[in-house]
Write a new protein. Structure first.
Length: 163
């Protein structure tokens, strides 16, 4: 019974790891293609009984093609891209103090952890500054009221002392 539980847990962890790897490859190589990014090939891996013919042989053929210096017969995976996308556009993120080139890279930067962290940090600093300014900028009428209350309190103390 424990063996079955362990096997099921291992399968779940392996699936999660595979999804994480696929997401990483997609984000690193497909979402932001550049000149130094190698082509990515997808292979059908869902049927384990056909492993050799659907995974091993095509993978070896792709590797052989690269070693021999010619293009593989398989086509690389491509992410759908917009024709209106400007790959040379220039964006300056004042918050992160970074220059971003390309619309897709800019969109990715705006959603990135580092940018969102800087945004959260800036908002926190701004709200702290506003709170400080509000506490320091008390109206003159309010100052008069405080002085009157202090003098009334002083008069009360003098009356009590004389009684």
């Amino acid at each position: 019974k424990l063996q079955k539980i362990g096997i099921e847990a291992l399968k779940q962890v392996t699936k999660r790891y595979a999804r994480k790897q696929n997401r990483w490859v997609k984000n690193r190589f497909l979402s932001r293609p550049g000149t130094s990014v190698p082509p990515v090939y997808g292979l059908e891996v869902s049927d384990v009984s056909k492993w050799e013919e659907s995974v091993l042989e095509p993978a070896l053929e792709i590797v052989r093609s690269f070693i021999q210096g010619h293009k593989p017969a398989a086509t690389p995976v491509k992410m759908p891209s917009s024709e209106t996308e400007n790959k040379r556009s220039y964006h300056m993120c004042e918050l992160c103090d970074r220059i971003i080139i390309g619309d897709r890279e800019w969109a990715a930067h705006m959603k990135s952890k580092s940018h969102l962290h800087q945004l959260k940090k800036r908002r926190r600093l701004d709200s702290d500054a506003i709170t400080t300014v509000e506490s320091q900028s008390v109206s003159p009428d309010h100052d008069k009221e405080l002085k009157e209350k202090e003098s009334l309190g002083q008069n009360d103390k003098e009356l009590k002392a004389s009684i």
